[in-house]
Design a protein around this ligand. Structure first.
Ligand code: URA
Length: 486
Protein backbone atom coordinates (compact mmCIF):
# COMPACT_ATOMS: atom_id res chain seq x y z
CA UNK A 1 0.00 0.00 0.00
CA UNK A 2 1.25 3.51 -0.85
CA UNK A 3 1.14 6.78 1.04
CA UNK A 4 -1.11 6.74 4.09
CA UNK A 5 -0.97 2.99 4.32
CA UNK A 6 -1.39 2.90 8.07
CA UNK A 7 -4.72 4.68 7.82
CA UNK A 8 -6.14 1.93 5.63
CA UNK A 9 -5.42 -1.46 7.08
CA UNK A 10 -7.10 -4.23 5.16
CA UNK A 11 -8.93 -6.12 7.90
CA UNK A 12 -10.05 -9.66 7.49
CA UNK A 13 -13.70 -10.05 6.65
CA UNK A 14 -15.96 -10.34 9.64
CA UNK A 15 -16.76 -13.78 10.88
CA UNK A 16 -19.21 -15.56 8.63
CA UNK A 17 -18.82 -13.05 5.81
CA UNK A 18 -17.26 -14.47 2.68
CA UNK A 19 -14.70 -12.40 0.81
CA UNK A 20 -16.33 -11.17 -2.40
CA UNK A 21 -14.16 -10.75 -5.41
CA UNK A 22 -15.02 -8.11 -8.02
CA UNK A 23 -13.20 -8.28 -11.31
CA UNK A 24 -13.08 -5.12 -13.38
CA UNK A 25 -11.69 -4.33 -16.79
CA UNK A 26 -8.09 -3.15 -16.45
CA UNK A 27 -7.55 0.59 -16.80
CA UNK A 28 -10.43 2.85 -15.86
CA UNK A 29 -13.61 0.78 -15.61
CA UNK A 30 -16.09 3.37 -14.42
CA UNK A 31 -19.20 1.49 -15.56
CA UNK A 32 -18.00 -1.79 -14.05
CA UNK A 33 -17.23 -0.05 -10.77
CA UNK A 34 -20.64 1.64 -10.61
CA UNK A 35 -22.48 -1.60 -11.32
CA UNK A 36 -20.45 -3.47 -8.74
CA UNK A 37 -20.94 -0.80 -6.06
CA UNK A 38 -24.72 -0.80 -6.54
CA UNK A 39 -24.88 -4.55 -6.07
CA UNK A 40 -22.50 -4.63 -3.13
CA UNK A 41 -24.51 -1.91 -1.39
CA UNK A 42 -27.80 -3.65 -2.18
CA UNK A 43 -26.41 -6.85 -0.66
CA UNK A 44 -24.91 -4.97 2.31
CA UNK A 45 -21.35 -6.14 1.71
CA UNK A 46 -18.92 -4.05 3.82
CA UNK A 47 -15.73 -2.73 2.18
CA UNK A 48 -13.44 -5.06 4.12
CA UNK A 49 -15.22 -8.04 2.55
CA UNK A 50 -14.49 -7.02 -1.02
CA UNK A 51 -11.43 -7.78 -3.06
CA UNK A 52 -11.11 -5.63 -6.19
CA UNK A 53 -9.32 -7.23 -9.12
CA UNK A 54 -8.36 -5.83 -12.51
CA UNK A 55 -8.77 -8.75 -14.84
CA UNK A 56 -8.47 -7.21 -18.26
CA UNK A 57 -11.81 -8.85 -19.03
CA UNK A 58 -14.61 -6.42 -19.68
CA UNK A 59 -17.14 -5.93 -16.90
CA UNK A 60 -16.87 -9.34 -15.25
CA UNK A 61 -18.46 -9.40 -11.84
CA UNK A 62 -16.15 -11.89 -10.18
CA UNK A 63 -17.68 -14.60 -8.03
CA UNK A 64 -20.91 -12.63 -7.78
CA UNK A 65 -22.18 -14.18 -10.98
CA UNK A 66 -24.51 -12.22 -13.24
CA UNK A 67 -27.87 -10.95 -12.23
CA UNK A 68 -30.19 -8.00 -12.57
CA UNK A 69 -28.68 -4.58 -12.06
CA UNK A 70 -29.21 -2.90 -8.69
CA UNK A 71 -30.74 0.62 -8.69
CA UNK A 72 -28.52 3.75 -8.67
CA UNK A 73 -27.47 5.10 -5.27
CA UNK A 74 -28.55 8.44 -3.86
CA UNK A 75 -25.20 10.03 -3.04
CA UNK A 76 -24.45 13.65 -2.09
CA UNK A 77 -23.30 16.02 -4.78
CA UNK A 78 -19.64 15.77 -5.63
CA UNK A 79 -19.27 12.06 -4.98
CA UNK A 80 -20.01 11.09 -8.59
CA UNK A 81 -17.47 13.62 -9.79
CA UNK A 82 -14.81 12.37 -7.41
CA UNK A 83 -15.43 8.78 -8.48
CA UNK A 84 -15.18 9.72 -12.19
CA UNK A 85 -11.88 11.52 -11.57
CA UNK A 86 -10.28 8.90 -9.30
CA UNK A 87 -11.21 5.73 -11.23
CA UNK A 88 -8.50 6.41 -13.88
CA UNK A 89 -5.80 6.65 -11.16
CA UNK A 90 -3.08 4.01 -11.44
CA UNK A 91 -3.14 3.18 -7.71
CA UNK A 92 -4.43 -0.43 -7.47
CA UNK A 93 -6.28 0.54 -4.29
CA UNK A 94 -8.44 3.19 -5.91
CA UNK A 95 -11.60 1.05 -6.16
CA UNK A 96 -11.30 -0.13 -2.56
CA UNK A 97 -10.80 3.45 -1.34
CA UNK A 98 -13.75 4.74 -3.31
CA UNK A 99 -15.99 1.94 -2.10
CA UNK A 100 -14.90 2.62 1.49
CA UNK A 101 -15.85 6.28 1.00
CA UNK A 102 -19.25 5.44 -0.46
CA UNK A 103 -19.92 2.92 2.32
CA UNK A 104 -19.17 5.47 5.03
CA UNK A 105 -21.32 8.11 3.33
CA UNK A 106 -24.23 5.68 3.14
CA UNK A 107 -23.74 4.63 6.77
CA UNK A 108 -24.22 7.91 8.59
CA UNK A 109 -21.35 10.12 7.33
CA UNK A 110 -23.30 12.01 4.64
CA UNK A 111 -21.05 15.07 4.83
CA UNK A 112 -17.82 13.09 4.80
CA UNK A 113 -16.55 14.75 1.60
CA UNK A 114 -16.56 18.11 3.36
CA UNK A 115 -14.06 16.87 5.99
CA UNK A 116 -10.84 17.43 4.11
CA UNK A 117 -8.76 16.42 7.17
CA UNK A 118 -10.20 12.89 7.08
CA UNK A 119 -7.32 10.65 5.87
CA UNK A 120 -9.48 8.85 3.30
CA UNK A 121 -10.94 12.09 1.88
CA UNK A 122 -7.47 13.66 1.88
CA UNK A 123 -5.97 10.75 -0.02
CA UNK A 124 -8.77 10.66 -2.61
CA UNK A 125 -8.46 14.42 -3.10
CA UNK A 126 -4.74 14.00 -3.79
CA UNK A 127 -5.59 11.33 -6.34
CA UNK A 128 -8.14 13.63 -7.98
CA UNK A 129 -5.50 16.35 -8.27
CA UNK A 130 -3.00 13.92 -9.78
CA UNK A 131 -5.54 13.02 -12.47
CA UNK A 132 -6.31 16.69 -13.19
CA UNK A 133 -2.57 17.32 -13.63
CA UNK A 134 -2.14 14.30 -15.87
CA UNK A 135 -5.07 15.42 -18.06
CA UNK A 136 -3.63 18.90 -18.30
CA UNK A 137 -0.23 17.54 -19.36
CA UNK A 138 -1.77 15.32 -22.00
CA UNK A 139 -3.89 18.14 -23.41
CA UNK A 140 -0.94 20.52 -23.44
CA UNK A 141 1.98 18.31 -24.48
CA UNK A 142 0.58 15.83 -26.95
CA UNK A 143 1.78 16.56 -30.50
CA UNK A 144 0.33 15.00 -33.63
CA UNK A 145 2.55 14.08 -36.53
CA UNK A 146 1.37 13.62 -40.07
CA UNK A 147 1.37 10.08 -41.43
CA UNK A 148 3.23 10.09 -44.74
CA UNK A 149 0.96 7.67 -46.54
CA UNK A 150 -2.44 9.03 -45.59
CA UNK A 151 -4.05 12.30 -44.76
CA UNK A 152 -4.13 11.52 -41.06
CA UNK A 153 -2.25 12.30 -37.87
CA UNK A 154 -0.88 10.22 -35.07
CA UNK A 155 0.53 11.02 -31.64
CA UNK A 156 2.35 9.05 -28.96
CA UNK A 157 1.78 9.78 -25.28
CA UNK A 158 2.61 8.08 -21.99
CA UNK A 159 0.22 9.31 -19.31
CA UNK A 160 0.93 8.49 -15.67
CA UNK A 161 -2.63 7.21 -15.15
CA UNK A 162 -5.36 5.48 -17.17
CA UNK A 163 -6.68 8.72 -18.64
CA UNK A 164 -6.86 8.01 -22.37
CA UNK A 165 -10.67 7.78 -22.45
CA UNK A 166 -11.06 10.84 -20.24
CA UNK A 167 -8.61 12.89 -22.33
CA UNK A 168 -9.61 11.92 -25.89
CA UNK A 169 -12.86 13.98 -26.21
CA UNK A 170 -10.81 17.17 -25.78
CA UNK A 171 -8.94 16.34 -29.01
CA UNK A 172 -12.21 15.61 -30.81
CA UNK A 173 -13.35 19.13 -29.95
CA UNK A 174 -10.07 20.62 -31.09
CA UNK A 175 -9.38 18.59 -34.21
CA UNK A 176 -12.87 17.59 -35.29
CA UNK A 177 -12.17 17.89 -39.00
CA UNK A 178 -8.98 15.77 -39.01
CA UNK A 179 -8.47 12.02 -38.84
CA UNK A 180 -6.19 11.13 -35.97
CA UNK A 181 -5.03 8.43 -33.58
CA UNK A 182 -3.50 8.70 -30.14
CA UNK A 183 -1.29 5.78 -29.16
CA UNK A 184 -0.35 4.98 -25.58
CA UNK A 185 1.32 1.92 -24.00
CA UNK A 186 -2.12 0.88 -22.65
CA UNK A 187 -4.50 1.53 -25.49
CA UNK A 188 -5.26 3.79 -28.41
CA UNK A 189 -7.97 6.27 -29.40
CA UNK A 190 -9.04 6.88 -33.00
CA UNK A 191 -11.14 9.66 -34.51
CA UNK A 192 -12.26 9.33 -38.15
CA UNK A 193 -14.19 12.58 -38.37
CA UNK A 194 -17.41 11.05 -37.06
CA UNK A 195 -16.73 8.47 -34.33
CA UNK A 196 -14.28 8.07 -31.48
CA UNK A 197 -13.19 4.47 -30.97
CA UNK A 198 -10.66 2.76 -28.71
CA UNK A 199 -8.26 -0.01 -29.60
CA UNK A 200 -5.20 -1.94 -28.46
CA UNK A 201 -1.95 -0.35 -27.20
CA UNK A 202 0.37 1.31 -29.68
CA UNK A 203 4.13 1.62 -29.92
CA UNK A 204 6.26 4.71 -30.06
CA UNK A 205 7.78 3.40 -33.31
CA UNK A 206 4.35 3.62 -34.98
CA UNK A 207 4.58 7.40 -34.88
CA UNK A 208 6.77 9.06 -37.52
CA UNK A 209 9.89 10.44 -35.80
CA UNK A 210 9.40 14.01 -37.02
CA UNK A 211 8.27 15.90 -40.09
CA UNK A 212 9.74 18.86 -41.91
CA UNK A 213 7.12 21.12 -40.45
CA UNK A 214 8.57 20.68 -36.98
CA UNK A 215 11.74 22.48 -37.97
CA UNK A 216 9.60 25.57 -38.33
CA UNK A 217 8.26 25.22 -34.80
CA UNK A 218 11.77 24.84 -33.43
CA UNK A 219 12.77 27.99 -35.25
CA UNK A 220 9.74 29.79 -33.93
CA UNK A 221 10.47 28.64 -30.37
CA UNK A 222 14.11 29.70 -30.66
CA UNK A 223 13.12 33.08 -32.03
CA UNK A 224 10.74 33.74 -29.12
CA UNK A 225 12.95 32.29 -26.34
CA UNK A 226 14.11 35.04 -24.00
CA UNK A 227 17.49 34.11 -22.46
CA UNK A 228 17.09 36.72 -19.72
CA UNK A 229 14.00 34.92 -18.44
CA UNK A 230 15.38 31.42 -18.25
CA UNK A 231 13.90 29.76 -15.19
CA UNK A 232 14.68 26.07 -15.40
CA UNK A 233 12.67 25.10 -12.38
CA UNK A 234 9.52 26.81 -13.69
CA UNK A 235 10.09 25.31 -17.15
CA UNK A 236 10.44 21.82 -15.73
CA UNK A 237 7.43 22.09 -13.51
CA UNK A 238 5.21 23.40 -16.31
CA UNK A 239 6.67 21.12 -18.97
CA UNK A 240 8.22 18.09 -17.21
CA UNK A 241 11.19 16.57 -18.99
CA UNK A 242 9.48 13.27 -19.66
CA UNK A 243 7.26 15.03 -22.25
CA UNK A 244 10.09 16.73 -24.08
CA UNK A 245 10.60 13.94 -26.58
CA UNK A 246 7.05 14.56 -27.89
CA UNK A 247 7.58 18.25 -28.45
CA UNK A 248 9.47 19.48 -31.50
CA UNK A 249 10.31 22.79 -29.86
CA UNK A 250 12.08 21.21 -26.88
CA UNK A 251 14.96 19.89 -29.02
CA UNK A 252 16.20 23.47 -28.91
CA UNK A 253 15.99 23.88 -25.11
CA UNK A 254 19.33 22.43 -23.89
CA UNK A 255 21.32 24.54 -26.37
CA UNK A 256 19.30 27.65 -25.59
CA UNK A 257 19.72 27.17 -21.85
CA UNK A 258 23.49 26.61 -22.19
CA UNK A 259 23.79 29.82 -24.20
CA UNK A 260 21.39 31.84 -22.04
CA UNK A 261 23.93 33.49 -19.70
CA UNK A 262 26.22 34.58 -22.53
CA UNK A 263 23.29 35.88 -24.57
CA UNK A 264 21.94 37.83 -21.59
CA UNK A 265 25.31 39.51 -21.00
CA UNK A 266 25.55 40.38 -24.67
CA UNK A 267 22.01 41.84 -24.55
CA UNK A 268 22.95 44.05 -21.60
CA UNK A 269 26.09 45.34 -23.28
CA UNK A 270 24.54 45.94 -26.69
CA UNK A 271 23.24 49.40 -27.66
CA UNK A 272 19.45 49.63 -27.44
CA UNK A 273 17.91 48.69 -30.79
CA UNK A 274 14.51 48.85 -32.42
CA UNK A 275 12.92 45.40 -32.36
CA UNK A 276 13.51 43.42 -35.51
CA UNK A 277 10.26 42.73 -37.30
CA UNK A 278 9.63 39.02 -37.48
CA UNK A 279 6.99 37.15 -39.27
CA UNK A 280 6.61 33.82 -37.50
CA UNK A 281 4.16 32.46 -40.09
CA UNK A 282 6.72 33.13 -42.81
CA UNK A 283 9.51 31.68 -40.63
CA UNK A 284 7.51 28.51 -40.09
CA UNK A 285 6.77 28.10 -43.78
CA UNK A 286 10.27 29.01 -44.95
CA UNK A 287 12.13 26.91 -42.39
CA UNK A 288 10.14 23.83 -43.17
CA UNK A 289 10.69 24.23 -46.90
CA UNK A 290 7.01 24.91 -47.30
CA UNK A 291 6.92 28.13 -49.30
CA UNK A 292 3.51 27.66 -50.89
CA UNK A 293 3.36 27.46 -54.67
CA UNK A 294 -0.42 27.49 -54.99
CA UNK A 295 -3.53 28.29 -52.98
CA UNK A 296 -3.88 24.57 -52.21
CA UNK A 297 -0.29 24.46 -50.88
CA UNK A 298 -0.94 27.49 -48.73
CA UNK A 299 -4.20 26.06 -47.42
CA UNK A 300 -2.46 22.82 -46.50
CA UNK A 301 0.07 24.80 -44.43
CA UNK A 302 -2.62 26.87 -42.75
CA UNK A 303 -4.70 23.77 -42.03
CA UNK A 304 -1.76 22.19 -40.19
CA UNK A 305 -0.89 25.31 -38.24
CA UNK A 306 -1.47 25.46 -34.50
CA UNK A 307 -3.73 28.28 -33.32
CA UNK A 308 -1.73 31.15 -31.87
CA UNK A 309 -4.07 31.14 -28.88
CA UNK A 310 -5.01 27.54 -27.97
CA UNK A 311 -8.65 26.55 -28.16
CA UNK A 312 -9.77 26.73 -31.78
CA UNK A 313 -11.13 23.51 -33.28
CA UNK A 314 -9.54 24.02 -36.66
CA UNK A 315 -8.16 26.61 -39.05
CA UNK A 316 -10.92 28.19 -41.14
CA UNK A 317 -9.75 28.71 -44.70
CA UNK A 318 -10.98 31.16 -47.32
CA UNK A 319 -13.87 29.96 -49.46
CA UNK A 320 -15.11 30.76 -52.96
CA UNK A 321 -13.92 30.50 -56.56
CA UNK A 322 -10.11 30.32 -56.60
CA UNK A 323 -9.97 33.25 -59.06
CA UNK A 324 -12.95 35.29 -57.92
CA UNK A 325 -12.80 38.91 -59.04
CA UNK A 326 -14.24 40.12 -55.75
CA UNK A 327 -12.88 39.14 -52.32
CA UNK A 328 -14.11 39.98 -48.82
CA UNK A 329 -11.83 39.94 -45.78
CA UNK A 330 -13.38 39.65 -42.32
CA UNK A 331 -11.77 39.50 -38.89
CA UNK A 332 -11.62 35.91 -37.66
CA UNK A 333 -13.91 32.88 -37.63
CA UNK A 334 -16.65 32.93 -35.00
CA UNK A 335 -18.10 30.09 -32.95
CA UNK A 336 -20.11 28.57 -35.82
CA UNK A 337 -17.31 29.00 -38.33
CA UNK A 338 -14.90 27.27 -35.94
CA UNK A 339 -17.24 24.30 -35.54
CA UNK A 340 -18.12 23.98 -39.23
CA UNK A 341 -14.69 24.90 -40.62
CA UNK A 342 -16.20 27.44 -43.06
CA UNK A 343 -16.06 31.25 -43.04
CA UNK A 344 -19.13 33.44 -42.59
CA UNK A 345 -21.67 30.74 -41.80
CA UNK A 346 -22.77 32.15 -38.40
CA UNK A 347 -25.04 35.14 -37.65
CA UNK A 348 -22.62 37.77 -39.02
CA UNK A 349 -22.16 35.71 -42.19
CA UNK A 350 -25.91 35.40 -42.64
CA UNK A 351 -26.30 39.14 -42.30
CA UNK A 352 -23.54 39.67 -44.85
CA UNK A 353 -25.30 37.26 -47.24
CA UNK A 354 -28.58 39.20 -46.87
CA UNK A 355 -26.86 42.54 -47.48
CA UNK A 356 -25.01 41.17 -50.52
CA UNK A 357 -28.24 39.86 -51.97
CA UNK A 358 -29.96 43.24 -51.49
CA UNK A 359 -27.00 44.93 -53.14
CA UNK A 360 -27.14 42.55 -56.12
CA UNK A 361 -23.84 40.81 -55.32
CA UNK A 362 -23.49 37.09 -55.91
CA UNK A 363 -22.04 35.54 -52.74
CA UNK A 364 -21.25 32.30 -54.55
CA UNK A 365 -19.08 34.20 -57.05
CA UNK A 366 -17.11 36.02 -54.32
CA UNK A 367 -14.13 34.83 -52.29
CA UNK A 368 -14.65 35.13 -48.50
CA UNK A 369 -11.80 34.93 -46.03
CA UNK A 370 -10.53 36.25 -42.72
CA UNK A 371 -7.51 38.19 -41.48
CA UNK A 372 -6.99 35.62 -38.70
CA UNK A 373 -7.62 31.96 -39.43
CA UNK A 374 -8.39 30.62 -35.96
CA UNK A 375 -11.24 31.42 -33.57
CA UNK A 376 -10.10 33.14 -30.39
CA UNK A 377 -12.54 33.06 -27.51
CA UNK A 378 -13.04 33.12 -23.78
CA UNK A 379 -14.97 30.15 -22.36
CA UNK A 380 -17.86 31.21 -20.09
CA UNK A 381 -19.56 28.04 -18.97
CA UNK A 382 -20.66 26.36 -22.18
CA UNK A 383 -20.49 29.58 -24.18
CA UNK A 384 -17.44 30.64 -26.17
CA UNK A 385 -17.26 34.41 -26.25
CA UNK A 386 -15.41 35.95 -29.20
CA UNK A 387 -12.19 37.79 -28.31
CA UNK A 388 -10.81 40.40 -30.65
CA UNK A 389 -7.38 39.44 -32.02
CA UNK A 390 -4.48 41.63 -30.92
CA UNK A 391 -2.38 43.57 -33.41
CA UNK A 392 0.41 41.01 -32.87
CA UNK A 393 -1.92 38.14 -33.77
CA UNK A 394 -3.13 39.96 -36.87
CA UNK A 395 0.45 40.51 -37.92
CA UNK A 396 1.24 36.82 -37.36
CA UNK A 397 -1.38 35.83 -39.92
CA UNK A 398 -0.78 38.74 -42.28
CA UNK A 399 1.74 37.04 -44.48
CA UNK A 400 -0.70 34.19 -45.06
CA UNK A 401 -3.48 36.59 -46.02
CA UNK A 402 -1.19 38.38 -48.47
CA UNK A 403 -0.15 35.09 -50.12
CA UNK A 404 -3.79 34.02 -50.25
CA UNK A 405 -4.85 37.18 -52.05
CA UNK A 406 -1.82 36.93 -54.37
CA UNK A 407 -3.04 33.49 -55.46
CA UNK A 408 -6.70 34.46 -55.82
CA UNK A 409 -5.75 37.75 -57.52
CA UNK A 410 -9.14 39.48 -57.24
CA UNK A 411 -9.83 42.85 -58.91
CA UNK A 412 -11.30 44.29 -55.75
CA UNK A 413 -10.83 43.46 -52.06
CA UNK A 414 -13.39 44.61 -49.48
CA UNK A 415 -12.14 45.03 -45.91
CA UNK A 416 -14.93 44.31 -43.44
CA UNK A 417 -14.12 46.21 -40.25
CA UNK A 418 -11.00 47.49 -38.50
CA UNK A 419 -9.16 44.17 -38.12
CA UNK A 420 -9.35 43.53 -41.86
CA UNK A 421 -8.10 47.08 -42.51
CA UNK A 422 -5.17 46.50 -40.14
CA UNK A 423 -4.35 43.22 -41.86
CA UNK A 424 -4.54 44.71 -45.35
CA UNK A 425 -2.75 48.00 -44.71
CA UNK A 426 -0.63 47.36 -41.61
CA UNK A 427 -2.27 50.45 -40.07
CA UNK A 428 -4.99 50.87 -37.46
CA UNK A 429 -7.63 53.37 -38.60
CA UNK A 430 -11.19 54.19 -37.62
CA UNK A 431 -13.73 52.82 -40.09
CA UNK A 432 -15.86 55.96 -39.90
CA UNK A 433 -12.99 57.95 -41.48
CA UNK A 434 -11.71 55.33 -43.88
CA UNK A 435 -15.05 53.99 -45.15
CA UNK A 436 -15.30 53.86 -48.97
CA UNK A 437 -12.83 53.17 -51.81
CA UNK A 438 -9.28 52.60 -50.50
CA UNK A 439 -5.74 51.92 -51.61
CA UNK A 440 -4.00 48.85 -50.14
CA UNK A 441 -0.76 49.25 -52.12
CA UNK A 442 -1.52 46.10 -54.11
CA UNK A 443 -2.54 45.33 -57.68
CA UNK A 444 -6.17 45.03 -56.58
CA UNK A 445 -8.46 47.93 -55.75
CA UNK A 446 -9.68 48.28 -52.18
CA UNK A 447 -12.87 49.20 -50.39
CA UNK A 448 -13.45 49.64 -46.65
CA UNK A 449 -16.75 49.14 -44.87
CA UNK A 450 -18.05 48.02 -41.49
CA UNK A 451 -18.01 44.45 -40.24
CA UNK A 452 -21.48 42.83 -40.24
CA UNK A 453 -21.11 41.84 -36.57
CA UNK A 454 -20.99 45.58 -35.75
CA UNK A 455 -24.56 45.79 -37.11
CA UNK A 456 -25.60 42.88 -34.91
CA UNK A 457 -24.37 44.67 -31.80
CA UNK A 458 -26.26 47.94 -32.46
CA UNK A 459 -29.41 48.76 -30.46
CA UNK A 460 -32.58 47.77 -32.34
CA UNK A 461 -33.57 51.34 -33.18
CA UNK A 462 -30.24 51.95 -34.98
CA UNK A 463 -30.10 48.67 -36.88
CA UNK A 464 -32.24 49.48 -39.96
CA UNK A 465 -30.38 52.64 -40.82
CA UNK A 466 -26.97 51.02 -40.35
CA UNK A 467 -28.01 48.03 -42.44
CA UNK A 468 -29.20 50.33 -45.25
CA UNK A 469 -25.83 52.14 -45.19
CA UNK A 470 -24.03 48.79 -45.35
CA UNK A 471 -26.13 47.73 -48.36
CA UNK A 472 -25.38 51.10 -49.99
CA UNK A 473 -21.65 50.40 -49.51
CA UNK A 474 -22.03 47.00 -51.12
CA UNK A 475 -23.87 48.55 -54.08
CA UNK A 476 -20.85 50.83 -54.58
CA UNK A 477 -18.66 47.73 -54.38
CA UNK A 478 -20.75 46.12 -57.12
CA UNK A 479 -20.42 49.21 -59.36
CA UNK A 480 -16.72 49.54 -58.66
CA UNK A 481 -16.09 45.90 -59.37
CA UNK A 482 -18.04 46.09 -62.65
CA UNK A 483 -16.02 49.14 -63.71
CA UNK A 484 -12.63 47.45 -63.22
CA UNK A 485 -11.10 45.83 -66.27
CA UNK A 486 -10.99 42.01 -66.12
N1 URA B 1 -16.79 37.16 -38.55
C1 URA B 1 -15.73 37.17 -39.38
O1 URA B 1 -15.00 38.14 -39.47
N2 URA B 1 -15.50 36.10 -40.10
C2 URA B 1 -16.25 35.03 -40.08
O2 URA B 1 -15.94 34.06 -40.77
C3 URA B 1 -17.37 35.06 -39.22
C4 URA B 1 -17.62 36.13 -38.45
Amino acid sequence: MRGDAAAFPRPFPGKGLALRSVALRSGADLDGFRTAVRRLVAEVVPPDCVSWQESGVLGLFGNEGSGSEAPPLALPRGVGDLVRMVVPHSDPERYALLYALIWRILHGERRLLEISSDPLVHRLERMRKAIARDLHKMHAFLRFRRRESEDSFVAWFEPDHHILEAAAPFFVDRFRSLNWSILTPEGSAHWDGTALTYGPPGRREDVPPSDGFEAGWRDYYESTFNPARTNLRAMRSEMPKKYWHNLPETAAIPGLVRAAAARTNAMIEREPQMPVKRNPARAVAAMSGQEPKSLDDLNAIIRRSEPLVPGATQAVLGEGPAHASLAFVGEQPGDQEDRQGRPFVGPAGQLLARAMEEAGLDRGASYLTNAVKHFKFEARGKRRIHQKPTAGEVSHYRWWLERELDFVAPKLVVALGATAVLALTGKAMPITRARGPAEFGKPYAGFITVHPSYLLRLPDEAKDEAFAAFVADLRRVRELSASLTP
